[in-house]
Ligand binder design. Structure first.
Ligand code: AMP
Length: 326
């Protein structure tokens, strides 16, 4: 009998007494929201099962959503089912102990360039992995239970990954699912305050950033957040990374790039675009991601200049072949 990947995931969950959930390193709202959301749904639905979320790093920015489970030794993972959410490649999985588990499930909404796991449920058109977790609950709601906590986590993942429902990945289904979560009675005021209120020094940094912006001939706007700038404004790595969003609404600039220096001398690149597909550029520079939101890493000034030049050429081509962009 042919069953869908989603049903295969559901059947597998029912088979196991111990399920351990994983996500990607440097977690964003969707990674945290989807994994904590699924943990809560499964705990509520199957109190007799052991459902854990064990990762190796943590996000200060998302600490308002609460913690995860304590680390365990290797032995603990052996009879477990691993569910890895929102993580396109195995290299990005936060906790390598996922590989010790008896079986592995991949649930993701990124382009599936690197398939892994015994079961894969990947929907590239979904606005977030959190949306998929909500859809999972809705599909099997004769057996699964949801509560306010789970709804809060999932809603947080959905708004962060869809830019508060502004990105093109937002569908009618996304909003219907968000509506279902609101009906459960979550406090969106508090979620929004936690996500979007900023520190005074961050605003000062933003003012500084606007003065530093550069633009290429064809409209690629970019910014380099050096280690010195991070020190000067006492920025956390997350604050520095957030600077990509400062460039998102500049007319004619359909591609924008934030270069953030890492401690080890490499530079993380956050690529964003409107209308134009950019993941091919990210893939050329040790990265990947979505059509309009990708990540990469460069290792020298030359590589940085080369990436900017590639983005500029890409944008030139797009503008010459398309109309209607802003
Ligand atoms: P970021 O700017 O790091 O938030 O990345 C934007 C999107 O690209 C995210 O959805 C990531 O999952 C994806 N991404 C970031 N870095 C990589 C990478 N090295 N390889 C593949 N995908 C990535």
């Amino acid at each position: 009998m042919n069953i869908s990947p989603k049903e295969a995931v559901f059947n597998k969950i029912k088979e196991y007494g111990r399920i351990i959930i994983f996500r990607h390193k440097r977690p964003d709202g969707d990674a945290v929201g989807s994994t904590k959301g699924l943990r809560e749904i499964l705990r509520e639905s199957y109190p007799e099962k052991e459902i854990l979320l064990i990762n190796n790093d943590f996000s200060d920015y998302l600490s308002f959503l609460g913690g995860e489970d304590d680390p365990r030794d290797d032995e603990f993972f052996k009879d477990a089912l691993a569910i890895v959410i929102d993580t396109a490649t195995v290299e990005r999985i936060s906790n390598p102990q996922y590989a010790l588990c008896r079986e592995v499930i991949k649930i993701d909404h990124h382009i599936n360039n690197e398939p892994y796991g015994d079961i894969m449920w990947v929907e590239e058109k979904r606005s977030s992995a959190s949306e998929m977790i909500a859809d999972f609950y809705l599909t099997f709601n004769s057996e699964l239970k949801i509560n306010k906590e789970a709804a809060k986590y999932i809603y947080t993942g959905m708004i962060t990954d869809s830019g508060r429902f502004r990105f093109a990945s937002t569908s009618g289904e996304t909003l219907r699912i968000a509506g279902m979560l609101l009906d459960i009675g979550i406090d969106i005021d508090t979620i929004h305050a936690n996500l979007y209120m900023r520190e005074f020094h961050t605003l000062k940094f933003q003012a500084y950033v606007y003065n530093q912006l550069k633009i290429t001939e064809n409209g690629v706007v970019y910014l380099h957040v050096t280690r010195e700038m991070q020190d000067m404004f006492s920025l956390s790595y997350e604050d520095a990374s957030a600077s990509v969003s400062y460039m998102e609404s500049i007319k004619n600039s359909l591609i924008w790039l934030a270069f953030i220096d890492n401690e080890d001398g490499s530079t993380r690149v956050r690529l964003r675009s409107r209308f134009v597909t950019i993941n091919s550029i990210a893939e050329k520079y040790h990265g990947g991601g979505h059509a309009c939101a990708s990540g990469a890493t460069v290792y020298s000034e030359e590589e940085m200049a080369s990436l900017i030049a590639d983005a500029d050429a890409h944008l030139k081509e797009y503008k010459s072949e398309n109309e209607g962009w802003l």
